[in-house]
Design a protein around this ligand. Structure first.
Ligand code: NAP
Length: 531
């Protein structure tokens, strides 16, 4: 049995449908040997002491088999045409919204987040599906370009698919990061082989089920479950393009692996995201948004805020208000909307967060609120935590915690705040809380792939028409917008020459032609005709 329901009454978890076990079994790719040949792996849930279920564990050979299958069906998928592919993604969009309760149940059970965080995943996927299904037919249409020679050269830009895209994703947003980046890859005519994180395989199988219900042909999106070192590595060795989301450390390993084969690579990696709070910010409205920016998904969010620089004049008032807001958050693990802060994903994540806080305390940092685990609420719960006076020697000053922990530092002015915000090896997301006039001056100076004004991360993330990603060690390439689609394509220029060649007509000697061409180029620049 691949999935077993273990839902005790005391947590009032909603039961999941019976057909669940069947479709999970159907969508886990186990190769020619079938599910029975595969060893199984137990999947834990942060909410319960019993396992959530079991999945087959496969070898690297099975991943290679998945690529063979994906490669065989890719030409047909491409030939179907972008409009027909878009119709399937539109249907998927509708299925995501109509199945949202099931999706949220599963995401919560697998990784322990609060229901509001699970709903964010539903809306993010729907947003990406709607946007790319709407835009891909236009973006992928052959585009007329300026020819090498006006009138005589006709030039078109085409976008061919890369082939088979390999996707490796993390556990923190298993639904959203499991499919949102694959949607443009599929629309561009690629097939996809996807590896979920070992903590969250069931959500990826649900994605495959919904895609199939939407009409996606067999073999176009294949899920291979297994560890990063085995299946992840096989994906990097066999793909025509790699889409990776995860830690900077793994991103560097994979970059080395794919670059040896000269294969393209897109990476969404870690961050240590700063927020600047100016003295002209409206603190009362800011504090609610800032709390969300730090604690959403229990801080296990690549774009969440982990450091706050506040102008000195408002520092005391700000600390007091943010501490009150953190203390008012309801912690809990159940499939309902009663709690704002959920669990951490695992024992090791809890240990990591506690180690960071203990290290900062030992170095001299002060705990304003929180700072400890909450086993009374659930096995991996941790209190929303604010640290002050964090010294240079504390590891969390610069390293990503990936938990509900933030520190606040006073700054003399906004120049100091910008310098502190940029003093990092990362550059994923950032935020500025200020009067709009001040904020729009500060925002362009922050070195990050997104800068949110009077919001923590949602404004930038939800703007799917505009690319998002990381500066420095936070990433390579971008997701969202036209960039998020074109990265999965090979741009191809097709140019037709008429009349005579650009290197000269038959009737003119080369020297005379060189004079004519030079004069034409000068004239073209002067008149603006060749710009
Ligand atoms: P991770 O260790 O890098 O794991 C992410 C994925 O990579 C998992 O599927 C993992 O597989 C796989 N993997 C691990 N080692 C591998 C290897 N040697 N070869 C191939 N694949 C390998 O990341 P994490 O620590 O779990 O996730 C949290 C990190 O992701 C944070 O740093 C966070 O900021 C970042 N993140 C970034 C974004 C973004 O959009 N920028 C979004 C979410 C998270 P297994 O775990 O199954 O072995």
């Amino acid at each position: 049995m691949i999935f077993q329901r273990t839902v005790p009454q005391r947590l009032s978890l909603q039961p999941l449908p019976d057909k669940f076990a069947d479709f999970l079994r159907t969508f886990a790719f186990t190769g020619a040997g079938g599910a029975t040949a595969a060893e199984s792996v137990e999947i834990a849930t942060p909410f319960l002491s019993q396992p959530l279920g079991w999945v087959p564990k496969v070898s690297a050979d099975v991943a290679v088999e998945a690529f063979d299958k994906a490669r065989a069906v890719q030409p047909e998928w491409h030939e179907l045409g972008v409009k027909k592919r878009a119709k399937i993604i539109e249907k998927f969009h509708d299925l995501v919204l109509s199945n949202r309760e099931l999706i949220m149940d599963l995401v919560q059970l697998e990784m322990g987040k609060a229901r509001s965080g699970a709903f964010d995943e539903v809306t993010d996927v729907a947003n990406n599906a709607r946007y790319y299904a709407g835009q891909a037919p236009r973006l992928l249409r052959p585009q007329k370009k300026r020819g090498g020679m006006p009138v005589l050269t006709t030039t078109y830009l085409h976008h061919d698919p890369k082939g088979v895209v390999g996707q490796i994703s993390p556990w923190n947003y298993p639904f959203s990061l499991g499919i949102a980046d694959a949607i443009p890859a599929l629309l561009a005519g690629n097939t996809v082989v996807a590896k979920p994180d070992s903590h969250t395989p069931f959500t990826m199988l649900l994605i495959a089920h919904l895609l199939s219900e939407a009409g996606l042909p067999d073999g176009v999106f294949t899920v291979v479950i297994g560890s990063g070192g085995v299946v992840g590595s096989a994906i990097a060795e066999n793909c025509d393009f790699l889409m990776f989301t995860g830690s900077t450390a793994t991103g560097k390993i994979l970059a080395e692996q794919v670059s040896k084969r000269l294969v393209g690579f897109s990476a969404e990696l870690g961050g240590k995201n700063p927020m600047i709070v100016a003295k002209d910010a409206n603190l009362d409205t800011a504090v609610r948004a800032i709390t969300h920016a730090c604690l959403s998904n229990t801080g296990q969010l690549c774009v969440s805020i982990e450091r706050i620089y506040v102008e000195h004049d408002i520092y005391d008032e700000f600390c007091e208000k943010l501490a009150e807001a953190f203390q008012s958050q309801k912690l809990g693990g159940a499939l309902n909307w009663k709690h704002q802060v959920g669990s951490l994903v695992s024992a090791s994540q809890l240990e990591t967060v506690q180690e960071f806080v203990d290290d900062a305390k030992a170095a001299g940092a002060r705990v304003l609120t929180g700072g400890k685990a909450r086993p009374d609420v659930g096995k991996y719960f941790y209190e929303p935590t604010i640290l002050l006076d964090v010294p240079d020697s504390a590891r969390l000053l610069r390293e990503e915690v990936f938990g509900p922990v933030v520190y606040i530092q006073p700054v003399a002015d906004l120049d100091e705040a910008v310098a502190a915000a940029n003093d990092t090896c990362y550059g994923l997301n950032s935020s500025v809380f200020a009067a709009p006039k001040t904020a729009w001056k500060i925002a362009p100076r922050v070195q990050a792939g997104s800068v949110n004004i009077n919001d923590g991360y949602v404004a930038g993330w939800a703007s799917v028409d505009s690319p998002i990603g990381g500066y420095k060690e936070s990433g390579v390439s971008r997701r969202h917008g036209a960039e998020g689609l074109y990265k999965y394509t090979e741009p191809k220029t097709i140019a037709q020459q008429r009349g005579f060649p650009i290197w000269g007509p038959r009737c003119l000697p080369q020297k005379a032609w060189s004079k004519v061409l030079s004069r034409s180029l000068s004239l073209g620049k002067k008149t603006g005709l060749l710009r």
